[in-house]
Design a protein around this ligand. Structure first.
Ligand code: AMP
Length: 290
């Protein structure tokens, strides 16, 4: 496994691998502080490709709060050790000046509801501009056949799919399921910043999602009823969500009845730490008839 700092070295390593017969290149972009969620993406990439590239870059332009950027964990040595166990071939870990050299003036902006709602409303438009720009730059630097993204960041995944389709970037975008701790909390690099009391309150987030899911399985269709049940669980843990949204998974348009798959998404601060999670609610044919 090689650690690479520049785009020029990355292109050279990629050409070398291609000359040696590697045609399928899998890419997992991350901000580091790797956990089992990242590793699940890397293992999928390893199983499906000849060459696996991991990027580690805490992208300053997608952080809308300077304190969040400062507090973001940076653990490159441990990340490299974990990446090696997942069979990564190349780690691309550039510094900010490599990706944003002086004079850098281009932003990729995905317009409309996909970036304006939920995380876009909560964190500001700059968040998705920063994310779309860095993902475009990384895809062009790595030129992967497939790039792997987590369903945990469902809106990010949608924005990336839109952008790749619109710009004609020849990379398949693969969606991977959310990896969770045994108690249900979605794994996140930010979880290390929760103290013990916050960590146990945070479980209310996946529980609220699970409660909505269970009600849909029982045949409940009214979003008002689902919202009430989820809100009650969050409130009991003293969590006021920034949003608790029920939307069409592809368009993020709000709905008031579960007549097909619905993305239920939550963002909430637990102490200082902003957490997000989601689940796709799918009415079963049997429960629809009730
Ligand atoms: P991040 O380092 O948080 O920017 O995440 C890098 C990639 O890992 C993104 O595609 C995330 O959606 C994905 N990811 C983060 N947490 C999880 C998780 N718990 N399960 C699956 N994928 C995840």
């Amino acid at each position: 496994m090689k650690i690479i700092r520049t785009i020029a070295e990355l292109h050279a390593a990629r050409s070398e691998a291609r000359a040696a017969g590697a045609t399928r290149v899998g890419f997992v972009p991350t901000m580091g502080a790797l956990h089992e969620g990242h590793l699940s993406l890397l293992r999928t990439a390893r199983a499906e490709n000849d060459l696996v590239v991991l990027s580690i870059f805490v992208n300053p332009t997608q952080f809308t709060e300077p304190s969040d950027l400062d507090a973001y964990p940076r653990t490159e040595e441990a990340d490299a050790a974990l990446a090696a166990t997942a069979g990564v071939d190349l780690i691309f870990a550039p510094d900010a000046a490599e990706l944003y050299p002086s004079g850098h003036a281009t932003t990729v902006h995905v317009a409309g509801r996909l970036t304006e709602t939920l995380e876009g409303a909560g964190r500001g438009e700059a968040h998705f501009d920063g994310m779309a720009t860095i993902v475009t730059k990384l895809l062009l630097a790595v030129l992967p056949s497939t790039a792997y993204f987590g369903q945990k960041d469902a809106q990010q995944l949608l924005v990336v799919q839109r952008m790749v389709a619109d710009l004609g970037i020849p990379t398949r975008i693969a969606a991977c399921p959310t990896a969770r701790a045994a108690d249900g909390l979605a794994l996140s690099s930010r979880n290390v910043r929760l103290n013990a009391a916050e960590r146990s309150r945070a479980i209310a987030i996946p529980r609220a999602l699970a409660a909505a899911d269970a009600l849909v399985t029982e045949g409940v269709r009214d979003v008002g009823a689902l919202r009430a049940a989820a809100s009650e669980i969050l409130a009991a843990a003293d969590i006021t969500p920034e949003y608790l949204a029920f939307v069409i998974p592809e368009s993020l348009a709000p709905i008031d009845s579960v007549d097909g798959p619905v993305l239920c998404a939550i963002a909430a601060r637990v102490g200082e730490v902003r957490l997000i999670d989601n689940v796709v609610l799918t009415p079963t044919p049997e429960s629809t008839q009730e």
